[in-house]
Design a protein. Structure first.
Length: 419
């Protein structure tokens, strides 16, 4: 080891939800952890609707109180709308035992609070510091180079690296682990609007997914600060023909939707509208000697069911516990205990995302003939409880959805999409 290198048990790369939960777990297990974060916080990132499963992780790591103090908008369910069809899921009516609510959060503020929570625990978080190279030694420890905003480089000797670099995909890029997603490439255009015309009470604060056309949907996520996140997601061809200017484009698209046009007409955008394309991505490996990737550094599916932060925290927590056990001398099977566990949840959501875009879920959500029991089972998936194998809609995920949609199609008129 070079004389100028610094030592830690675990180096966590990235201070988003995956990195913060991972670092808190390592610290709780009595090992030395250090976090390096490329940007200065608060920083913008998309992903504002949480799932109740997230609350379990916040509670376990002692970060819940930190977030509670912010007064974020509480989220009690999820509503899906298409024209006159409405399907409202209430997390209190679900099959699995778990949290019945969570929050809708501007992520800049939420992630900043998580990272501040780590600092309060005495964990070192270095902002504006990026991982730029890694050399993994024979004994599985690593020599990692990090660089700060002044261009100063430091070598860190880490017994283990947890890569939580999200869309930055630090280790997948350095080690050539990126893999194309099996989903069709989709595009999104989104902003935060001032929202003075929000309906009064519960209705106005409810997160809503609106089916705009068969292959285009809109998220509407009201925040407690009076602003609302609005994003269009769909086939890239939908966006062709709208104005090039980002704000003009957003106003023009909003004007085409009956559910949104009056509420957001001429409203100020407090976030310059952004466009992202082809965001679904996967990796050839989630771990190898000396490292494990978590959160978006592993795989990202699609925004429709707000599963990203849930997977970030679940993977950060699961991987960090295994790393601690390994560093304490236990034999750990990352394939079974980490990858297979994560894939159980990811594959459940993967089948729901596919069923959303092929119309099976529209058929189910907007049918009046689904039973309360089935609705509760689906509700638990939407709450992020996708590891409860006693739920048939988790255990048989894709098959259960396909069969139910098939039966409903035989017995009721086909769904009519807006033009
Ligand atoms: P991030 O939140 O991306 O954090 C990673 C951190 O690593 C960043 O702060 C970054 O600066 C840092 N970093 C990057 N490279 C380096 C480096 N080399 N060195 C050091 N640090 C580095 N999810 C939801 O749960 N709900 C939603 O409603 C939702 N909506 C979405 C809408 C869209 C259009 C998209 C594309 C995604 C959405 N997501 C949503 C997914 C969500 O954005 C991500 O899943 C989530 O942010 C992943 O968290 P993370 O901790 O893995 O990564």
């Amino acid at each position: 080891m070079p004389l100028n290198s610094e030592k830690t048990d675990v180096l966590v790369v990235g201070a988003g939800p995956a990195g913060c939960i991972a670092a808190a777990i390592v610290h709780k297990n009595g090992l030395k952890v250090r976090v390096v974060e490329k940007l200065k916080f608060p920083r913008f990132v998309i992903g504002e609707s949480l799932l109740p499963r997230v609350m379990d992780h916040l509670e376990e790591t002692g970060l819940l109180e930190e977030i509670e103090s912010a007064g974020f908008q509480k989220k009690f369910g999820a509503k899906f709308v298409m024209g006159d069809y409405v399907c409202d899921f209430n997390f209190a009516d679900q099959f699995s035992k778990g949290w019945t609510w969570t929050w809708q959060v501007p992520r800049a503020q939420f992630d900043h609070l998580l990272a501040s929570g780590l600092v309060k625990k005495g964990i070192s978080v270095e902002f504006e510091t990026s991982l730029t190279s890694i050399h993994i030694n024979e004994d599985e420890s690593s020599m990692v180079t990090v660089e700060n905003a002044q261009g100063e480089k430091t070598t860190i000797h880490a017994r283990y690296v947890i890569d939580a670099s999200g869309y930055g995909r630090a280790l997948p890029n350095l080690l050539g682990l990126n893999k194309e997603s099996s989903f069709d490439p989709r595009k999104t255009h989104f902003t935060h609007f001032r929202d003075p015309n929000r309906p009064e009470g519960v209705e106005g604060n409810r997160i809503t997914a609106v089916v705009h056309k068969q292959n285009v949907w809109i998220w509407v996520i009201p925040f407690s600060n009076g602003n609302t996140s609005v994003g269009f997601v769909g086939d890239p061809s939908f966006f062709v023909g709208f104005p090039e200017d980002a704000e003009a484009r957003m106003h023009a698209i909003v004007a085409t939707n009956p559910f949104l046009k009056e509420r957001f007409k001429d409203q100020e955008m407090v976030l310059s509208p952004r466009t992202i394309e082809g965001y679904a991505i996967s990796s050839t490996k989630f771990f190898d000697k000396g490292y494990v990737t978590v959160g978006n550094a592993t795989e990202f599916l699609d925004p429709i069911f707000s599963s990203g932060v849930t997977f970030a925290m679940e993977s950060g927590s699961t991987a960090a516990k295994l790393v601690c056990r390994k560093l304490k001398g236990e034999t750990v099977d990352f394939q079974t205990e980490y990858v297979d566990h994560m894939m159980q949840g990811i594959n459940t959501f993967r089948s729901y995302v596919a069923a959303w875009y092929n119309g099976d879920l529209h058929q189910i959500f907007f049918s009046e003939n689904k039973t309360e029991e089935i609705k509760k089972q689906i509700c638990s998936v939407l709450a992020g409880y996708v590891w409860d194998l006693s739920n048939p809609f988790v255990r048989k995920n894709g098959q259960a959805i396909k069969s139910l949609a098939g039966v409903l199609r035989l017995n009721e008129p086909a769904i009519v999409y807006p033009n």
